[in-house]
Design a protein around this ligand. Structure first.
Ligand SMILES: Nc1ncnc2c1ncn2[C@@H]1O[C@H](COP(=O)(O)OS(=O)(=O)O)[C@@H](OP(=O)(O)O)[C@H]1O
Length: 425
C-alpha cells in the first residue's frame, strides 16, 4: 500500500517537474521570439493601394432600396483593417476575410510565428511578418491590441477600418469560460459555478494587476488599446469611444451578424457571395452558462465601460440600418441566410457542428481552451462536387489551419499546443 502511494507520488512529481520544465521552455521561447522593436522605423509613405491586379476589380452596379440599379457603379474595396476583438464571432469573420483576400490575391499583414501580434502588448508594425518600411499590405486582421499610429503607418490611407462588438454580458461569460483559467486569481474562486461566485463579489476576486486580468474586465475597451480599469465617469471613457467612432467606418454587432455583413457589403462594394459563412469557434451547449437576468445585470455592471461602448455603437448601427432601408435589409438578410443554408447542405456532414471528439480530420480540429474540449467543429461531407469542394473546405477550416495554409509559420502556437498535449492540459 505504502509502496503504491510512493509510486503515485513519484509519478505525480515527475509529471509536475516535466510540466514545469516544458512550460518554462515555452515561455522562454515565447519571450526570445518577441521581435526587437527598433526605436524608429524610417517613415516611407505607404503606396495608395497594392491590390495585386487592380484592373481585375470589376466595377459593379449600385442598387437602391427597391433593388433597382441606380446607374452608378462602385469598385470593391480591398484595403481592410479588421480589429479582431475577442469572443465576438471574429474567427467567423476572419474566415470571410481570408477567402476574400485569396479571391483577389491580396497581401495580408500577418503575424510571425504565432497567430496574434504579441497580444496583449500594443501593436507594432515591426511585428508583421516580413515587414520592411514602405511595404504594401491590403489586409490586417489577426488579434492585436490596437495601436492607431502604428497601424496607420502600415496600411494605405483610404483603408476601411472595421470591427465587431458583442453584448458585454455574453462576451464576459464566453471569455470567462475560454480564458478564465489563464488568470491565476480565478484559481482561488471556490465551488463549481465559478462565474456566479465571481460575479457575486468581483471586487474581492479580481486583481487588476494580476496576470491576464484584462480578459475578465472590459475586454473590448482593452482590445482597442484603452485602459480597461477606468471608472465609468472618467472622461477617458468618452474620449476612447469618440476615438473608436472617428477611426472605424463600420462597427458590426455579433447579435446582428448577418445585418452587419450586409452593411459591410454596402460599405465596401462587395458581392453577396463574399459574405457566405459558417459559425466557427462555437461552444457546445453544455458549457455555456445561461445568464439569469440578475447575473446579466451584474456582468454588465462589472463591465460597465464595455456596456457603454456597446450601447453607443448599437445606436449608430441601427441608424446605419435605417439609412440602408429596413425592408431592403430584411430582404438581403433573408437572401444571405438562404445562400448559407444551401452551402450547409452542400458542405457539412450531418448539417451541423459536432463536438471535438467527433471531428474526423485533424485539419478540421479547432483550438481548445485550457483543460477543455468545448469548442465545436465540422466534418466536411464526403461527396462534395468538384465545383464546391475547395470553397467548402475553406469555409469549415479553423483559423490556425487556414493561417498555415496561407503561409504563416505558427511554430510558437504549435509548440505550446504540443506542450499542452504532453501534460494533458
Ligand atoms: N455567426 C455568429 N453569430 C453569433 N455568434 C457567433 C458567430 N460565430 C461565432 N460566434 C460566437 O463567437 C464566439 C467566438 O468568438 P471569436 O471567434 O471571436 O473567439 S476568439 O477570440 O477568436 O477566440 C463564440 O461564442 P461562445 O460560444 O459564447 O463562446 C461563438 O459561438
Amino acid at each position: 500500500m505504502a509502496g503504491k502511494q510512493v509510486r503515485q507520488w513519484r509519478s505525480m512529481c515527475k509529471g509536475l517537474v516535466l510540466g514545469t520544465f516544458l512550460t518554462s521552455c515555452t515561455i522562454l521561447l515565447y519571450c526570445l521570439s518577441t521581435p526587437r522593436i527598433p526605436s524608429s522605423h524610417p517613415e516611407v509613405p505607404v503606396p495608395y493601394s497594392c491590390a495585386h491586379r487592380p484592373s481585375q476589380l470589376h466595377p459593379k452596379p449600385i442598387t437602391n432600396g427597391s433593388q433597382q440599379t441606380t446607374g452608378q457603379t462602385c469598385t470593391p474595396k480591398v484595403d481592410v483593417m479588421f480589429m479582431k476583438t475577442h469572443k465576438t464571432a471574429s474567427s467567423t469573420f476572419l474566415n470571410i476575410l481570408f477567402r476574400f483576400g485569396e479571391k483577389h490575391r491580396l497581401k495580408f499583414a500577418f503575424p510571425d510565428s504565432r497567430n496574434d501580434f504579441f497580444y496583449p502588448s500594443l501593436f507594432q508594425r515591426s511585428q508583421v511578418k516580413d515587414y520592411r518600411p514602405g511595404m504594401c499590405f491590403n489586409i490586417i486582421c489577426n488579434h492585436m491590441r490596437f495601436n492607431a499610429p502604428e497601424v496607420t503607418k502600415l496600411l494605405p490611407t483610404d483603408t476601411s477600418y472595421i470591427t465587431i462588438l458583442r453584448d458585454p454580458s455574453e462576451l464576459f461569460e464566453s471569455s470567462f469560460h475560454y480564458f478564465g483559467r489563464l488568470a491565476p486569481f480565478t484559481w482561488k474562486i471556490p465551488g463549481d459555478d465559478k462565474l456566479t461566485e465571481f460575479l457575486r463579489d468581483p471586487h474581492y476576486y479580481f486583481d487588476p494587476d494580476g496576470f491576464n486580468a484584462f480578459y475578465l474586465k472590459n475586454l473590448l475597451f482593452f482590445d482597442f488599446g484603452q485602459d480597461n480599469t477606468l471608472e465609468l465617469d472618467d472622461r477617458r471613457v468618452e474620449e476612447g469611444i469618440r476615438f473608436i467612432t472617428d477611426r472605424f467606418q463600420l462597427v458590426m454587432l455579433v447579435e446582428y451578424f448577418e445585418e452587419s455583413l450586409i452593411l459591410l457589403k454596402d460599405a465596401l462594394c462587395w458581392e453577396m457571395d463574399d459574405l457566405l459563412f459558417f459559425k466557427l469557434n462555437a461552444r457546445k451547449g453544455s458549457t455555456v452558462s445561461k445568464l439569469t437576468p440578475e447575473l446579466r445585470a451584474r456582468a454588465l455592471e462589472w463591465n460597465a465601460v464595455d456596456w457603454k461602448l456597446y450601447q453607443h455603437f448599437n445606436q449608430t448601427f441601427w441608424k446605419k440600418v435605417d439609412g440602408y432601408g429596413r425592408r431592403r435589409m430584411a430582404e438581403d438578410v433573408a437572401a444571405l441566410r438562404r445562400r448559407n443554408a444551401e452551402m450547409t447542405s452542400i458542405c457539412i456532414e450531418g448539417g451541423r457542428a459536432v463536438e471535438a471528439g467527433s471531428i474526423q480530420e485533424t485539419d478540421m480540429q479547432p483550438w481548445q481552451p485550457i483543460g477543455e474540449k468545448s469548442i465545436m467543429g465540422y466534418n466536411l461531407k464526403k461527396n462534395v462536387d468538384k465545383a464546391h469542394r475547395k470553397l467548402c473546405r475553406k469555409m469549415l477550416m479553423p483559423e490556425l489551419q487556414y493561417l498555415t495554409e496561407l503561409g504563416v509559420n505558427l511554430w510558437i502556437t504549435k509548440l505550446w499546443g504540443h506542450v499542452r498535449d504532453i501534460i494533458n492540459w
